[in-house]
Every structure is written in C-alpha cells, then in structure tokens.
Design a protein around this ligand. Structure first.
Ligand code: SAM
Length: 311
C-alpha cells in the first residue's frame, strides 16, 4: 500500500507545484498598460507568431469541410467576416479602421484583397513595429499605437470599423462601443468579433464554471466578459448606431481552433524549438489555458460573438 501511496503523493506535489507556478505567472488585467506589456512580450519572444502566424484570432472552419489548415482557417475567417458583415459592398479606397489590429494580419488582407485604405491601431508598441515590418511597401495599410478607449480620430472618419477579438480586453465595453461608433461615418459598416460569456444572469455559472472563468480572465489579461446580448444592447442603444444590430454565435465554426492551436506546435516543431528551451517552457505554459478555453467554448460557457451594424 505504502509503495503506491508514496509515488501518488509525489505526483500530487509535482502537480500542485506546477499549478502554483502557473497561477503565479497569471497575466491579470490591471489597466490597458498591462494588456500592452503582455502583447509586447508575446510579440518580442516571437512565440505567438511562430505558433499562430500573423493572425492572433481563431480560424473559421466551414461545417461542410472536415479539416483545413489552422492558418488557412484564419485567413478564411477574415473573408467570412467581410462577407457576413457586408464590408465587401464597400468600394475600393474605403477608409477602414482595424481596432486592436495585432500584428496586422486582418489589416493586410483588407488592404490587399478588398483594396481598402486601412489604419490599424493597437495598444502594443511592439505589435505596431512588427506590423510595419510585415507590411510590404506600397500596401495601403498603416499602423499606430493607440488606446481603443480613446481614439484620436475625428467623428465619422471611417467608412468601416473592424475589430476582432479585442473587446474582451476592454474594461469599459460602453466606452469601447462609443469610440468605435463615433469614428464610423453615418451609413458605414461595423464588423466585430469577440469572446463572450453566455448570459450569466439567465444561466448562472456553477462553482467549477466560476473557477474556469476566473482563469480565462486572469491568464490572458481580460478584465471581464459580457454576453452577446449585453454587447448587442450596448451597440443598439448607442446614439451613433443606426439601431439594428445583428449577431451570431460562431462557436461551431471556430471551436476546432483550440486543439489546432496546440497541434500547430507539434506539426511545426522547429518553429518553437529554434527559439530555444525557454520558448518550449513558455509554449507548454499556455496549454492549460488553451484547454480551458476549449472546454468553455465547447460547453457554451463562452461564446464567439460576431456583430454587424451600420453607423
Ligand atoms: C487577440 S488580439 C487580436 C489581434 C488582431 N485583431 C488579430 O485578429 O490578429 C487582441 C488585440 O487587441 C489589442 N488591444 C487590447 N486592448 C486594447 C486597447 N485598449 N486599445 C487598443 N488595442 C487593444 C491588443 O493589443 C491586440 O492587438
């Protein structure tokens, strides 16, 4: 009996230590500067780009196609959101603002394939530098460091506003909506995708779900998640929106991304190994959060919301 208990106790201690290290390294949201530092670090160590490519968002997996490459699914996502939100109705040369642009993956597609004149903003200076490095000369696409909650653009400066997976980092969702809709011209197009919780006021979280949500917030600098309905109401009630907001939950299209984001490291091992041993530790350190995200999105605790409306 003792022979079995000792190794079990050692295993328990190892797991406890790893969990405590994981928790102590959490990236809690304190202000937008904590978001900036987290993305600066994720950009400078190159790990995220090596793992996920130039798009820091989930992929779109059409239901009729069984398996597509994770990176292709991300490009596919951009085209699907353009089509769904009606941005493809805009003429070439239209001014598009990409809010929370990462290293410019979407911005470059919007400029290259749709001929838009794109401005991308992010809170992370390292991302702006990398976005500029990745953008070929002559592409109508520029990048600036800016806080989405304090946009330095005139009212109605853009024909379309695009924002993918940035809203969950905003502590004030109403201010976020105020700013994106203020900079959208009357009649312009809003295309937005974000991570939401299910409506917790209607279906309160269980004890386990509360623990999971806490990790999802604290590991990746998220101040709070709100439901698709709540954010839709915020947009609808804004004085600069035309009033009608259409939303969908794209969990079924995007969920395969979670496992794929782990398998990418196995499929392209050199991408990580060539960054050295620390990169291997750092990539393993993200796996529990990715697995929790996968669980939460598959269970419906989290929802991948897409939103479209006109200015
Ligand atoms: C998950 S990444 C998505 C990046 C990009 N939209 C993409 O799809 O590749 C979230 C982005 O939101 C940006 N972000 C978060 N909070 C922000 C804020 N307050 N102002 C501007 N950008 C912000 C981050 O810097 C990062 O670029």
């Amino acid at each position: 009996m003792l022979e079995l208990l000792v190794p079990l106790f050692i295993l328990f201690l190892i797991l406890l230590t790893l969990t405590l290290i994981w928790r102590s390294k959490a990236r809690k949201y304190i202000s937008s500067s904590t978001v900036a530092s987290a993305y600066d670090a994720w950009t400078q160590d190159k790990l995220l780009e090596r793992m996920w490519g130039e798009h820091i968002h989930l992929g779109f997996y059409p239901s009729e196609v069984k398996k597509i490459d994770f990176r292709k699914a991300k490009v596919h996502f951009v085209h699907e959101l353009v089509k769904w939100s009606g941005l493809d109705k805009l003429p070439k040369g239209s001014r598009v603002l990409d809010v929370g642009c990462g290293i410019g993956g979407s911005s470059r597609i919007l400029a290259k394939y749709y001929g838009f004149n794109v401005t991308g903003i992010t809170i992370s200076p390292a991302q702006v530098k990398r976005a500029r490095d990745l953008t070929p000369l002559g592409l109508n696409c520029k990048f600036q460091v800016m806080d989405a909650l304090d946009l330095k653009f005139e009212d109605g400066a853009f024909d379309a506003v695009w924002s993918v997976e940035a809203g969950a980092h905003m502590n004030d969702k109403t201010k976020f909506a105020d700013e994106i809709l203020r900079t959208l011209r009357p009649g312009g197009y809003l295309a937005l995708a974000d991570w939401n919780s299910r409506d917790l006021s209607v279906d309160p979280p269980t004890f386990i779900e509360k623990l999971v949500l806490k990790q999802l917030l604290e590991q990746w600098v998220h101040p709070n998640f709100i439901s698709i309905n709540d954010f839709s109401d915020i947009l609808r009630n804004n004085k600069n929106s035309a009033g009608s907001v259409i939303t969908e939950n794209w969990n079924s299209y995007t969920n395969p991304s979670w496992y794929d984001s782990i398998f990418e490291g196995i499929r392209r091992p050199l991408a990580i190994l060539s960054l050295g041993p620390l990169a291997i530790v750092k990539s393993i350190r993200e796996i529990p959060t990715i697995l929790l995200m996968n669980w939460a999105f598959r269970k419906g605790l989290m929802e991948f919301g897409v939103y479209k409306c006109r200015g």
